[in-house]
Write a protein that binds this ligand. Structure first.
Ligand code: ADP
Ligand code: MG
Length: 698
């Protein structure tokens, strides 16, 4: 068998696509399922729907033209007979299937009493040895036929070196591998792999399929350990980096003290706690890498402001980035209001940086950032562009961090390279990370949670309403506006086309303007020039608009406490977390608020049951964690994690929902392994991640 590099380029390309570069990659490429070619069954004993292998003699063979052209072949063994049907076939196949030929045939048996048949079975001349193991079926790609992949995996397995990395003191206790009450010992990796690639036919297929077999347990334990090792290693590497020490300035005249004294509210206990956690990180010479998590409306902005003043008090600069301009503008307005008067006294200021800025404005902002006069810089990803040179950046705050890619975060870190240090990083998110994800993919992050809403909020009532009752909803809007309240109307998401999105929003805007005479209805969509967006948003914030029709540009972070009703059209097209974020835009003041989820019933009849069930989940709970958990169930971690990880680094075998015991073990074992067996840890990481582990460091 040739080594992979001797293969044709097309095949190599397919292998690369599957991430199969090294022998070890092939060895770890495990079957999706198996076929049993180890036995030959009598025709009469094959059940309907069973994948069966038979040996039989052809008794008749003819091409029929009705009802459609097909090759129909009768075969017979000692127990009975069976019809084979082929709707497409080559002359050579027809020849093999000639009357009198003895064949070995494999396919799904259909029918019973009225005659058995197989559609398009696989066949060849009878005889020859039967394999002694089940035949693996691997995930493959176009251009890489299954039999070739099988041979490549088998030969890689014979070449590959599999040193044991789980020395006895690191191996999980036997109890981890108990299956159906019988304790199993930990299989060694080679045995486990050999078994999974070529299981003996007597194995309980169920245990292979649900991955509960000890061989699978070994592989999943290995994989989880590799993931934890890479996360702990990233953490250790970071602890070797230097960051500016931002000591707390105990002085009533400090910016921090003056900001806190001037706030119109007292911090909640949860806010006080997270401010303290962040403060402890900032006082250290190692870069902070912390995620601030808090449900929508929990008050993350003021926590961010207090972190910023801490940096500014220590004589450094802070940058705050948000994924959209609207969101950045809201932060800017709020922070400017809080900090500018305080900063002005010291001759310092807050700068604004976004993409579509006027040249003059931008040049001035850049100069203030470079000179250090701008103590705080707020903006979109424009903040991390190359031309932006900071004087002394010590803290970077990233709002809704899951929307930023790894590369953007790397760029941010490089902003302090001139000082030979890295900035502290604070990431903020309103999307709660379910516990298992936090323990696995986010294990290299410290997490602070604001688990309490500011007092005086009234819970949002969520209603599911069919869009055939839109009129009633519009009447409700009129009533709210008459009471001096404001309303959001979120237009459906049209993923395929931004243009459609826009025309739809425009149509809704016209419809509502007509249905609500005397009510000022505003329109906000992603294609608007940013100045116009800002102007519309300002009108709404100041209460001049009763209704704001918008595409999902308001999805995150917008804060208008007087808004008490949100209508989401075609709610079934949104993800749960997204709906939760949207709903968080209302219920920010003391008045009772409501969220109406309109779902479509017209064109295709009715909304699908799963979609409805998802929407029901929204009506049942307002707990962001519960919603995130259900969202994770529905969408799986890949989508949930978004840009955080390259697809490569996702878990392939372990399932966070069922393998928490293995995850617990891996979490406990990874630091021990790095500490006491660094060479084994390196070997283990190399085996599983090869060159991919860089992604995990951002
Ligand atoms: P989010 O966590 O969603 O970003 P914000 O920071 O926008 O939430 O805060 C939501 C609203 O609550 C804002 O109007 C903010 O000023 C207000 N707020 C924040 N903290 C408190 C508090 N401790 N008491 C009262 N209101 C608060
Ligand atoms: Mg926010």
């Amino acid at each position: 068998m040739p080594a992979p590099r001797a293969l044709a380029p097309a095949i190599q390309k397919a292998l690369h696509k599957l991430g199969l570069r090294r022998d070890i990659d092939l060895a770890l490429h495990l079957p999706l399922r198996y076929e049993d070619e180890t036995r030959i069954v009598p025709i009469a004993s094959a059940r309907d729907g069973q994948l069966a292998q038979i040996e039989a003699t052809v008794t008749a063979s003819e091409v029929q033209l009705r009802p459609r052209r097909q090759l129909v072949v009768q075969v017979q063994d000692a127990s009975g007979d069976c019809t084979l049907r082929f709707f497409s076939f080559y002359p050579s196949q027809q020849k093999t299937l000639a009357v009198g030929a003895r064949l070995r045939i494999r396919g799904e048996m259909r029918g019973g009493f009225w005659g058995r048949q197989m559609l398009h079975p696989v066949f060849r001349a009878a005889g020859g040895e039967l394999p002694t193991a089940l035949t693996p079926v691997y995930p493959t790609a176009a251009g890489l036929p299954q039999p070739l992949l099988r041979r490549l995996v088998a030969s890689a397995l014979t070449r590959v070196d599999l040193p044991e990395t789980l020395v006895p003191e690191l191996a999980p206790p036997h109890a981890y591998f108990s299956s159906q009450n019988s304790l199993q010992r930990l299989m060694c990796l080679r045995d486990a792999l050999t078994f999974l690639h070529r299981p003996t036919p007597d194995v309980a297929l169920a245990a292979l399929e649900d991955h509960s077999h000890p061989a699978w347990q070994r592989l999943k334990a290995e994989e989880l350990l590799a993931q934890q090792l890479s996360q702990f290693q990233a953490r250790r590497e970071r602890s070797r980096l230097r960051a500016p020490v931002l000591a707390l300035v105990q002085d009533g005249a400090s910016l921090t003290a003056r900001l806190q004294a001037g706030l119109p509210f007292a911090l909640t206990a949860a806010q006080v706690r997270v401010v303290r956690e962040i403060g402890a990180d900032l006082a250290r010479a190692q870069p902070m890498h912390r995620l601030l998590q808090g449900d929508v409306g929990s008050g993350k902005t003021v926590v961010a402001a207090l972190a910023a003043t801490r940096a500014i008090d220590a004589g450094w600069q802070c940058a705050l980035m948000a994924p959209t301009e609207i969101l950045a503008a809201q932060h800017f307005a709020k922070l400017l209001g809080w900090l500018e008067p305080l900063l002005a006294a010291e001759g310092r200021s807050v700068a604004w940086l976004v993409g579509g800025q006027r040249k003059k404005e931008r040049t001035a902002a850049l100069a203030r950032v470079a000179s250090g006069e701008a103590a705080l810089v707020v903006g979109t990803h424009a903040v991390i562009q190359e031309q932006v040179a900071f004087d002394r950046l010590a803290l970077a705050i990233v709002d809704e961090q899951h929307r930023f890619g790894v590369l953007q975060r790397l760029a941010l870190r490089q902003k302090l390279a001139a000082h030979g240090m890295e900035p502290h990083m604070l990431m903020m998110s309103a999307t709660p990370i379910p516990r298992t994800l936090a323990m696995s993919y986010y294990a290299d992050l410290d997490v602070s949670v604001i688990d309490e809403l500011p007092p005086g909020r009234t819970p949002v009532v969520t209603k599911l309403i069919a869009d055939s009752r839109k009129d009633e909803v519009i009447a409700r809007i009129a009533a709210q506006v008459a009471e001096g309240r404001q309303v959001y109307w979120v237009c459906p998401l049209i993923e395929e086309s931004e243009a459609l999105d826009l025309s739809n929003a425009t149509a809704v805007h016209a419809e509502l303007s007509e249905a609500l005479p005397g009510v000022a209805v505003g329109l906000l969509h992603s294609r608007m020039p940013s100045a116009e967006k800002k102007a519309v948003m300002a009108l709404f914030t100041e209460g001049h608009l009763g209704v704001l029709v918008s595409t999902t540009v308001i999805e995150v972070g917008v804060d208008v406490p007087n808004a008490s009703l949100m209508v989401i059209e075609h709610a079934e097209r949104f993800g749960l977390s997204q709906l939760h974020q949207l709903r968080g835009r209302v219920g920010r003041g003391a008045t009772a608020s409501a969220c109406v989820l309109l779902y479509a019933t017209n064109d295709s009849g009715r909304v699908g049951e799963t979609a409805k069930e998802r929407l029901r989940a929204m009506a049942e709970t307002s707990d962001g964690f519960e919603i995130a958990r259900r969202d994770l169930e529905i969408r799986g971690p890949g989508e949930f994690l978004g840009a955080r990880q390259s697809g490569d680094a996702l878990l392939r075998f372990a399932d966070l929902a069922t393998d928490t015991h293995l995850l617990d073990w891996a979490r406990a074992t990874a630091p021990k392994m790095l500490e006491h067996h660094p060479e084994l840890a390196a070997q283990h990481l190399e085996r599983w991640l090869g060159g991919k582990s860089d992604y995990l460091k951002a």
